[in-house]
Design a binder for this molecule. Structure first.
Ligand code: APR
Length: 257
């Protein structure tokens, strides 16, 4: 398999040219060039913090204010972060296909802010909150920085609406994601280490349905052996280049539709 990004990009563009239904499966690397840290890269979040102390229901029940304050800091960063050229390229690619679904593990909503219209959030979003005990959505705009708010309905503590380790993914979202990957022609896996299940299992599941898998990541990952095409490049460089090639092929009449 060629490690030359250009070769991978050309092969990916040729395959996209023949595709009618596309899924893009994204992870933290998708937002790295927006200034949002990833988890498992050198200097990433799980190198500086212990997930069992900050990203589990037990951690929240043990110390709700500490967990809330950590997510509040991440929320501020994500609210201030701009969608990068990769997010924008994906949104611009959408009209070329009958179906174009972004399945993201990210909680930053940058795909939606870039204009992507069909986004499935497997791990929830940091830009919403709900009561950890009764589940009531917490709609207050003004949020404390250091203390988890009190639910007005039950007096429980309010948490960010993200999926923590040990929690189930939103069932309807995951079922829709499975349906999308089983019925697509090409799956682009962008900026994910492919280490966290059940999300990462979707890429392997796609292979079972004969889907062409393209990995876009500067480094090898758990998914590299599953990929048919590898583009060793960053999201914000590879995706605009892929969009440009796709446009060239379409203008040259080289695409099937
Ligand atoms: N462009 C593309 N990929 C990048 C870039 C970039 N600019 N920078 C880093 N990457 C790649 C890294 O090589 C790595 O493979 O992004 C990947 C990030 O991997 P992780 O940090 O493990 O993030 P992710 O795969 O999204 O983690 C999955 O784990 O902690 C949980 O819930 C959390 O959703 C997260 C899940």
């Amino acid at each position: 398999m060629s490690a030359d990004p250009t070769d991978g990009l050309q092969r990916a563009a040729e395959r996209l040219c023949q595709a009618r239904r596309v899924v893009v499966f994204t992870g933290a690397g998708m937002s790295a060039e927006s200034g949002i840290p990833t988890f498992r890269d050198p200097g990433g979040l799980w190198e500086r913090f212990r997930p069992e102390e900050l990203a589990t229901p037990e951690a929240f029940e043990r110390d709700p204010d500490r967990v809330w304050a950590w997510y509040q800091e991440r929320r501020r960063l994500m609210e201030a972060a701009p969608p990068n050229a990769g997010h924008l390229a994906l949104a611009a690619m959408e009209p070329y296909f009958d179906e174009f679904t972004v399945i993201t593990q990210n909680i930053d909503r940058l795909h939606q802010r870039a204009g992507s219209r069909r986004v499935l959030e497997l791990h929830g979003t940091i830009l919403a909150n709900h009561c950890h005990y009764c589940g009531l959505p917490y709609e207050e705009e003004l949020l404390p920085e250091k203390t988890a708010p009190i639910c007005p309905a039950c007096g429980g503590r309010v948490r960010p609406s993200v999926v923590w380790f040990g929690e189930l993914l939103p069932e309807a979202v995951f079922t829709e994601a499975e349906h999308s990957i089983e019925n697509c022609d090409v799956l682009l896996a962008v900026g994910t280490s492919g280490e966290v299940y059940p999300a990462a299992g979707l890429v392997r599941q796609a292979k079972l349905f004969g889907v062409t898998v393209v990995e876009i990541n500067p480094k090898p990952t758990e998914l590299t052996t599953v990929a048919d095409i590898v583009v060793r490049e960053s999201a914000a460089r590879a995706l605009p280049a892929l969009l440009q090639l796709l446009r060239q092929y379409r203008q040259a009449g080289a695409c099937s539709q």
